[in-house]
Design a protein around this ligand. Structure first.
Ligand code: M6R
Length: 610
């Protein structure tokens, strides 16, 4: 996730900016840069890759000055390279800006700006620099120009801006992406998107709220709303240490990432979903819209957690778009003789975009002339570069080895792909609108499920010492059974198997005894009654049952030992909610078993070997 730092004061800005960027490294990034003002002269340096590349470049470039901004970029628009790295500037290199977030209407703004500006990068951020340039006419202050420019923007941002036309000043604003102002002393301030960059200098901070803009000069700071109303804010004292700050107060990255899931859904649908029209505007899909219209079957290839998201996607696509769809795991697909042709669409799914088996499968599909589409989190990764087109998940960096937020991000994109494919075919406007509306509501429903954390921690205490578990579900929640079992295996080393609930009676039921517990994912959907019969089969043999079901279905308390309720949503979207209790359960079991949650034994975040 991108990181912002800005400094204004009595000391040289460069070392403070670089220190801030170093402290935000844990967030993940793929390029970094700074811009420093000395009088009306602005020097800038930016480099692809790790901070060490920026440091090497700075060895041969003298940069001095007491006002500056710095950024670590996690690419969302355009490759991670020197040109796309922040800061970005206007046509005359008088205004420099760093930005976290996504500008939704950037295509539209870019098209307008192109007529009289020279745009040199692929980023959404650059349009902001040119918008500010347009507003910064004679006598206009930087903060006024920023305020005006932001009125044209739709999307999410945390920004910091400096300008040689109005030096000795940093203007920063937030809407949907955090910013904190640190008060170091008289005339000395630091601003950052993450308190980790601030804590070594001061613990006195002011948190900016949504829609606020701050102007910082050596004389002090002034906070206003985007509508120019002055805001008076309390100074707060940070009482976290640096390690806690990196995890934003959570004990583990895994828990932090689980809690970020509502935001992942927001980021994935932002600017892409038009609920009133019942359509999904996925840039990568629209690029190849005519080719996708001709596709009469789909193969999805992925590994691990991504393959479970793929299974949910396949069920969605078949049910709502009517296109026959199968899922293959990468390690198998690459060695089979796949039946592929130019009427087969191949979707590859990967958080890292670097999984060797998935890459090999993609290349095989391309050799057969299939149309390929990537659902990928890491921008500019191998898969993202090699597919014909695709859609980024926008989950931000996933630091914990076990995947959580990327999984829901993938399912989210599959819902968009389903709408896009469906509306090309038989899906009615009403169905498109219904899915879009329900998907838009998912983040707030996720918040309700996340609020069950304490209840789930209590349930974990009852089961953590057992050695075996079955996870079972049907239809949309069969893959959730696999994912729930994988999560608990990965992080707590408790042996668990995911099963299609109806298949269990064909053999595995023999294992039920008092060392086992079973987790049923049984929302009130089209297969609820079937699930209930399977629960009774387990209970009849003395098996303990934890059930995840729909709010209000208190009847389940007669059948299960523990019940976790999730809110009602459209059946195809239930996995986005039902997976959360299983992630939290795995987390609490792992904690009770004293496991290394963020870095489980024997696992790597990205499996780049066969
Ligand atoms: O980066 P990818 O999504 O391609 O990774 C695929 C799997 O290696 C990954 O999902 C793995 O199963 C995780 N450890 C799951 O938590």
């Amino acid at each position: 996730m991108c990181g912002i730092v800005g400094y204004i004061g009595k000391n040289e800005a460069k070392p403070i900016l670089l220190d801030g960027l170093k402290r935000m490294e844990y967030r993940g990034y793929d390029s970094a840069g700074i811009a420093v003002l000395e009088g009306t002269n602005i020097s800038t340096c930016k480099k692809e890759g790790k901070l060490s590349n920026l440091l090497s470049a700075l060895e041969s470039q003298e940069i001095t000055g007491r006002v500056g901004i710095g950024h670590t970029r996690w690419a969302t628009h355009g490759q991670p390279n020197d040109i796309n790295a922040h800061p970005h500037s206007d046509c005359r290199d008088e205004i420099f800006i760093i930005h976290n977030g996504i500008i939704e209407n950037f295509h539209e703004l870019r098209e307008k700006l192109k007529k009289h500006h020279e745009l040199t990068t692929e980023t959404d951020t650059e349009v902001l620099a040119h918008l500010i340039e347009d507003e910064m006419t004679e006598g206009v202050l930087l903060e006024q120009a920023v305020q005006q420019a932001l009125s044209h923007v739709v999307g999410a941002y945390g920004i910091a801006v400096v300008s040689s036309k109005d030096p000795e000043k940093i203007v920063a604003a937030r809407l949907g992406s955090p910013l904190v102002l640190g008060i170091i002393g008289e005339g000395e301030f630091i601003i950052a998107s993450d308190p980790t960059a601030i804590i070594p200098y001061t613990r006195e901070v002011v948190y900016l709220d949504e829609g606020e803009i701050v102007t910082v000069t050596p004389k002090g700071y002034d906070i206003r709303t985007l509508e120019n109303i002055t805001v008076t804010k309390d100074v707060t004292k940070i009482d976290w240490d640096v390690a806690q700050a990196e995890k934003q107060g959570y004990d583990h990255f895994l828990l932090k990432e689980i809690m970020e899931q509502p935001e992942v859904i927001h980021n994935g649908i932002r600017g892409r979903l038009i609920p009133e029209e019942g359509v999904a505007h996925l840039g990568g899909f629209l690029q190849k819209e005519e080719e996708w219209r001709k596709i009469d079957r789909i193969t999805i290839v992925a590994c691990g957690t991504a393959s479970f998201a793929a299974k949910i996607g396949a069920t969605m696509i078949e049910e709502y778009a009517g296109v026959p769809t199968r899922v293959e795991i990468g390690s198998e697909f690459r060695y089979k003789k796949p039946v592929l042709d130019d009427r087969t669409g191949v979707i590859v799914v990967s958080q890292s975009g670097e999984t060797a088996d998935t890459i090999a499968s993609l290349r095989e599909a391309k050799r057969h002339g299939s149309l390929t589409f990537g659902i990928v989190n890491v921008v500019g990764s191998t898969i993202a570069r090699e597919v014909d087109s695709g859609a980024y998940i926008h989950a931000g960096p996933e630091i914990s080895v076990a995947s959580t937020k990327a999984f829901v991000g993938m399912v989210n994109i599959f819902a968009l792909v389903t709408i896009a494919l469906g509306r090309q075919r038989e899906m009615s406007l009403v169905t498109g609108q219904r899915i879009a509306k329900e998907l838009t509501d998912i983040p707030k429903l996720m918040d309700q499920v996340l609020a069950l954390d304490k209840q789930i921690a209590k349930i974990a205490k009852k089961y953590y010492a057992l050695d075996h578990a079955f996870y079972m579900g049907r239809k949309y929640n069969e893959p959730i059974a696999y994912e729930g079992a994988l999560k608990i295996k990965e992080i707590s080393y408790l042996h668990a198997e995911g099963y299609a609930a109806g298949e269990f009676k064909h053999g595995a039921i023999a294992l039920i005894d008092d060392r086992f517990f079973s987790v049923f994912i049984a929302p009130q959907d089209s297969v609820y009654e079937k699930n209930l019969s399977n629960i009774q089969e387990v209970r009849a043999r003395g098996g303990k049952v934890i059930a995840v079901t729909t709010e209000g279905n208190t009847d389940m308390e007669n059948f299960a030992d523990d019940v976790i309720y999730i809110p009602k949503t459209l059946e195809m979207l239930t996995p986005l909610l039902s997976v959360i209790p299983l992630q939290l359960f795995a987390y609490h079991v792992a904690k009770l078993r004293d496991c290394d949650i963020d870095q489980p034994r024997n696992l790597a975040k990205s499996v780049t070997v066969e």
